[in-house]
Design a protein. Structure first.
Length: 79
């Protein structure tokens, strides 16, 4: 209950298997199943160092050198 069955994909495509994820808090499928383009992989945000998934939305806490968090806290901006 409260989990989403997300398809597992590999380099060769869909595997036919699924994993159950809490897409409200899952870092790599935030807001939906990233494997089918419905959610985001917060760890893949360009320039981000520390990120999280809060209520289905990516949150950037800190960025790497040369970047700063955006005003809305959802991305990093090159400086």
């Amino acid at each position: 209950m409260g989990l989403t069955a997300c398809p597992i994909t590999s380099a060769s495509g869909p595997s036919g298997d699924f994993e159950c994820l809490d897409t409200n808090n899952e870092l790599e499928s935030c807001g939906g199943c990233a494997s089918i383009g419905q959610g985001l992989d917060c760890a893949a945000i360009e320039g981000a160092w520390n990120v999280g998934c809060e209520q289905g939305t990516c949150a950037v806490y800190t960025c790497i050198a040369g970047f700063r968090p955006s005003r809305d806290g959802k991305s990093c901006i090159a400086i």
